[in-house]
Design a protein around this ligand. Structure first.
Ligand code: SF4
Length: 342
């Protein structure tokens, strides 16, 4: 939001319509701030009114009025909105919207509404079209992909199986699953597939059962580790990536040690690390026992150091092996080097 002032300069002396959109616009205090401090903004739209943007712009041209178009956050799913993709080999395909989990630090359920899944036929058609265009890798996206519900008992495992059959697609990934919903049918599909990536993202968030409870994550440290063991016992070549939040309110030194313990045990290939930051409108923001910035940063650095030590050892196992990877072209900086953009 701090850059919105720049938009004013762009608008000065020009006949330009400025529209600001996205899920943050579903937060009342943000739209109020924009209306108060950035009065030059013509349209504020939410994620569920994206399809109405052309109509809103038309109304502004005709009526010269400002529009705030947010509507109900549990809005319908609109198919057929064109997608601009940043490369031509790898595509992300949203399979569901919203979330029912209400983790205490997260604003998503408030701004994106309850879970709504796209129809299997719409998703499969989109991926078949991508395959025809030459795409090789798809990532199935959702806040909680493994609670995908395509109706008539068509679950995430069914969708994975059907995507697996699409000719031309060679690598399938999915983010983010919720550990509590990671069922054996999904593990079985991954096991039998030659296309589904063995790098499986299983968000931990924290290693301490106390912190997980305060986060409302609905699993314990032991349940998380037993899920990892279950996956490994079925898929011996599985490796893991995760998300970890450091310094959640009330996190003690002992709690943080539990996080380090899980990191040592799982040996992650990749960790997306976050320092906890307060988000207005969430339960965690109202918790009294916030951790100081100094402790949060120190713990973050310790986690980073541990991961870097582990990854160096971990990578040794790939020396001398042959791995399938997707490259998208030559590096801009070194024409002898192949690269991928993400
Ligand atoms: S962290 Fe993920 S699962 Fe939890 S409420 Fe947010 S979107 Fe849902």
């Amino acid at each position: 939001m701090e850059n919105y002032g720049e938009l004013k300069k762009i608008k000065e002396n020009k006949d330009i319509i400025i529209a600001i959109g996205g899920c943050m616009m579903q937060e009342e205090h943000i739209t109020n701030k924009i209306k108060k401090s950035y009065s030059f903004v013509n349209v504020i739209f939410g994620t569920h009114t994206l399809h109405k943007l052309p109509e809103d712009i038309y109304k502004i041209i005709i009526n010269k009025k400002k529009i705030k178009d947010i509507i109900d956050i549990d809005g319908e799913i609109y198919e057929g909105i064109p997608v601009k993709r940043s490369n031509n080999k790898q595509a992300s395909v949203t399979i569901m919207y919203g979330c029912n989990n209400f983790c205490s630090y997260c604003i998503v359920p408030y701004v994106r509404g309850r879970e709504r899944s796209r129809k299997p036929e719409d998703i499969l058609k989109e991926i078949e079209d991508l395959a025809k265009e030459g795409y090789k890798e798809v990532t199935l996206l959702g806040q909680n992909v493994n609670s995908y519900n395509g109706g008539n008992n068509y679950k995430f495992s069914n969708l994975l199986k059907d995507v697996d059959k699409i000719e031309g697609i060679e690598i399938i990934r999915f983010v983010s699953p919720h550990p509590k919903d990671f069922t054996d049918d999904v593990i079985n599909v991954i096991k039998t597939s030659k296309k589904i990536s063995r790098l499986i993202h299983v968000p931990l968030q924290a290693g301490s059962t106390n912190v997980l409870k305060a986060m409302n994550r609905k699993y314990t440290k032991e349940q998380y580790l037993s899920l990892i063991d279950r996956i490994k016992s079925q898929i011996p070549d599985a490796v893991f990536s995760t998300d970890i939040i450091v310094g959640f309110p009330g996190e003690t030194e002992e709690d943080f040690e539990d996080t380090l313990d899980v990191v040592r045990k799982v040996n992650y290939e990749q960790i997306f690390m976050f320092i906890y930051s307060r988000r207005v409108g969430t339960l965690a923001d109202k918790m009294k026992n916030q951790v100081s910035e100094e402790i949060k940063h120190k713990r973050f650095n310790r986690l980073k150091e541990l991961f870097e030590e582990n990854i160096e050892k971990n990578n040794q196992k790939y020396i001398g092996t042959v791995q399938k990877i997707l490259v998208e072209g030559y590096s801009k900086n070194n024409s002898n080097m192949l690269t991928r953009k993400n």
